[in-house]
Structure formats: structure tokens, C-alpha cells
Design a protein around this ligand. Structure first.
Ligand SMILES: Cc1ncc(COP(=O)(O)O)c(C=O)c1O
Length: 394
């Protein structure tokens, strides 16, 4: 057993990020400024879109919220999203004033099932919010076809999927809006942080206004050396702007995004090899013509095969100093949503099954070969002990 605790999702921070943050501190320009500008330009370049189509914000939750307002959603409009996602996806829909509607997932990909989406469409449906779960692109051809058929907007939740592509196109550029997260465990990290990519420049202009109190676009530069400008409030916005301190980290994280992707792909392959003969369900390999972002490596633990249930497996790995995660309990299991929307977990059986049987193992680019073998040894040990206990009980 390893001596220290292997933290789940610890980011790979290098000297360049540290120096850039120190540079921001020394310059005493901490808030939104030239580094946010640069981070936006770098991100747009990475995604292959023009600079005027991205806006940095302070979380993916904020990105989703302002995107849905910019998409023109009104109270009473319905937005269909995945029954297997982080609560932020659903909360952002509620905060935008719209009503969330859940569609079940394909249990193999853990992504929203386009057939279930179509079944949930009503005259009130105005948007679809697919989540590229664990970094695996959704079936966008089918979702776009549904959106076109019913004239719906698409807001992509790309919190897990910075590097993912679908048929050669970057995720986040396939719908009307793409929303990214730079939270501490994500593939590109700024501490807290997010980004919106929009199909139209005018939508990004609105996103920028909404993200800074509703002040006219030029307010972003009001403390710069470009000359004093009065700002005008043109609508009631939010305080969602990214700081230079955050962008300072993001600029260097983004410059290593491909290197880190290769490092996580390596971990994924090591796990696949090590677990091939164990009584676990392993994640599907990426679909043809797509690029998986390798954000989460989730194994299925079914007591019937593994001899141990999911929650005991989580406890046992934690006791062996391996940090693990659950992504996620299905949305309809949470009491708030059940009470407010009358959702029942068994109405989304695939999301329920995934939420009750999956465990996410460490998949950080910061993992060493020793860390990886500590994880694979610990998993084998837990399953080996479960097997012995089962034989003894016979
Ligand atoms: C699928 C999904 N959507 C949205 C979010 C929200 O991201 P943020 O923490 O940047 O607001 C997360 C964060 O974990 C997420 O996993």
C-alpha cells in the first residue's frame, strides 16, 4: 500500500504557471485584463475559431447560464439535458429561467441518447443541452438532426471535453454555444474558470455583457491605459468575468494541453491492460472518427461479478490511499429535483445504473508510473480480497 494519499484529479502545475501568476501579482493587475485577452485568443486558436467568438468567464456553470440567456430562452421554455451529468448543468438551466427535462443515456457511451431526446420534445422545447460525458463526444449528427427538425438551439456542455473532436470538428463548435470548465480537476485548469464559444459573434457580445453586470462591452477595458471611458448598463447581468490571475495559469495549461492529453491516454491504456482480466466493466474505446478527451476513467463495479459492491469498493480503495470519485449519482436521485420536478430515478434506468455502479480512478497527467501501478495494484488487491471472501462464504 502506498504511504501517501493519491489525490484524485490533482492538476499538473509547472513552473511556467507559477512564474506567470507571480508576474501578475508583481504587476498588481489581478483582474480582467491582458492575460484574459491572450487566453481567449489562444483558446480560439486551439478550437479553430475566430477570436471574436469566445468569452472567458469564471466557471463553466456561468458559461452555461449566460449562454442559455443569450440563446433567448424564456421562462416556461424547456431544455432537454442528460440524466447523467453534474448538477451544475441542470442548475444553470433553472437559473436561466427555463425548465430542465431529462433524457436517459446510452449505457455504453454514458452520453445522452438522441432517441430519448426526441421522445421528450414538446411544443415548449427550445434547446438541447448535451454533455460530452467523461470526454467522449456525443452523437452530434443525430442531435443536430433533431435540433434542425424541431428548430432547437444546442448548448454543448464541454466541461470534460476540451480536446475532443467529432468527425474532425472540435466539440463546442458543433452547436450554437459550447461551454468549457477549467475547474481544478479538469483537463485545462485555472482554479475556477470557464469559456464560452459561440457560433455567432453577436451572441458572444451578449455573453460578455451578461458576464460583467450588463455593462456595455467596452467596460471590459475601463481600467486600461486606452483612455477613460464611461460605461453604460444595458441589461441586468452577472459577475462572471475571469481574472488575469486565473488566465495566467490557463495560458500555460493550454500550451501543454496536447502533451497532457497524451499523458492521460497513456494512463488509460495502462489501466485497460492491467484490468483486462478483472471482473470489472471497462469504459468503451473511443468511437471511430472521434477523439476522446480522456477526462474520466470510469469502471463498472457490479457486486455480482466483482464480489464487492460499488460503495465498498470506493471505501476499500480510499483505505489503500487511492483517491477515487463518483461521476455522478444520476440527476433524478437528488431530493431537490425530485421534489421540484417530480422526477423518479427509475424513469432513467441507464443513468441510475451508471450512477450506482461506476467508480472514477485517477487520470491526471501528473501521475507517475509508480502512481499508476499503485492504482492497478490496489484495484487487484481489493478484487482479490473480495474473491477470497466469497469463496470462504461458500
Ligand atoms: C459536466 C459538467 N458540467 C458543468 C460543470 C461545472 O463546471 P464549473 O465547476 O467550471 O462551473 C462541471 C464541473 O464539474 C461538469 O462536470
Amino acid at each position: 500500500m502506498r504511504n501517501d494519499f493519491l489525490v484524485f484529479g490533482a492538476p499538473a502545475i509547472e513552473q511556467a504557471e507559477i512564474d506567470e501568476v507571480v508576474d501578475s501579482l508583481r504587476s498588481r493587475w489581478l483582474g480582467t485584463g491582458p492575460k484574459v485577452d491572450r487566453f481567449e485568443k489562444d483558446f480560439a486558436h486551439y478550437k479553430g475559431v475566430e477570436g471574436g467568438r469566445v468569452a472567458a468567464v469564471n466557471s463553466c456553470t456561468a458559461a452555461l447560464h449566460v449562454s442559455m440567456i443569450a440563446a433567448g430562452l424564456q421562462p416556461g421554455d424547456e431544455v432537454i439535458t442528460s440524466a447523467m451529468t453534474f448538477c451544475a448543468t441542470v442548475n444553470a438551466i433553472i437559473h436561466s429561467g427555463a425548465t430542465p427535462v431529462l433524457a436517459d443515456i446510452d449505457p455504453r457511451t454514458m452520453n445522452i441518447d438522441p432517441e430519448q431526446v426526441e421522445k421528450k420534445i414538446t411544443p415548449k422545447t427550445k434547446a438541447i443541452l448535451p454533455v460530452h460525458f467523461a470526454g467522449r463526444p456525443c452523437d452530434m449528427d443525430r442531435l443536430v438532426a433533431v435540433a434542425e427538425k424541431y428548430k432547437l438551439k444546442i448548448v454543448e456542455d464541454c466541461a470534460h471535453a476540451v480536446e475532443a473532436t467529432y468527425k474532425g470538428r472540435a466539440v463546442g463548435t458543433l452547436g450554437d454555444f459550447g461551454c468549457f470548465s477549467f475547474y481544478v480537476t479538469k483537463n485545462v485548469v485555472t482554479g475556477e474558470g470557464g469559456m464560452v464559444v459561440a457560433r455567432n459573434r453577436k451572441d458572444i457580445d451578449r455573453v460578455k455583457i451578461l458576464a460583467l453586470h450588463g455593462m456595455g462591452k467596452d467596460a471590459w477595458h475601463r481600467y486600461s491605459d486606452k483612455g477613460f471611458e464611461h460605461y453604460q448598463v444595458v441589461e441586468c447581468g452577472f459577475k462572471y468575468n475571469m481574472m488575469d490571475l486565473q488566465a495566467a495559469i490557463g495560458i500555460h495549461q493550454l500550451s501543454r494541453v496536447e502533451q497532457n492529453w497524451i499523458a492521460r491516454q497513456y494512463v488509460w491504456r495502462q489501466y485497460r491492460k492491467a484490468f483486462a482480466d478483472l471482473p470489472l466493466g471497462l469504459p468503451e474505446e473511443p468511437e471511430q472518427d472521434t477523439r476522446h478527451a480522456y477526462h474520466l476513467y470510469t469502471v463498472f463495479v457490479d457486486a455480482q461479478h466483482a464480489g464487492i459492491d460499488r460503495d465498498r469498493f470506493l471505501d476499500a480503495l480510499t483505505r489503500l490511499n487511492i483517491g477515487v470519485g463518483v461521476h455522478y449519482l444520476s440527476i433524478a436521485e437528488h431530493p431537490y429535483y425530485r421534489k421540484r420536478f417530480g422526477w423518479r430515478p427509475h424513469d432513467y434506468p441507464n443513468a441510475l445504473y451508471v450512477g450506482r455502479h461506476t467508480v472514477s480512478l485517477p487520470l491526471s497527467p501528473a501521475l507517475s508510473d509508480k502512481d499508476i501501478s499503485d492504482v492497478t495494484d490496489a484495484v487487484s488487491e481489493v478484487l482479490g480480497q473480495a474473491r477470497i471472501a466469497k469463496v470462504r462464504a461458500l
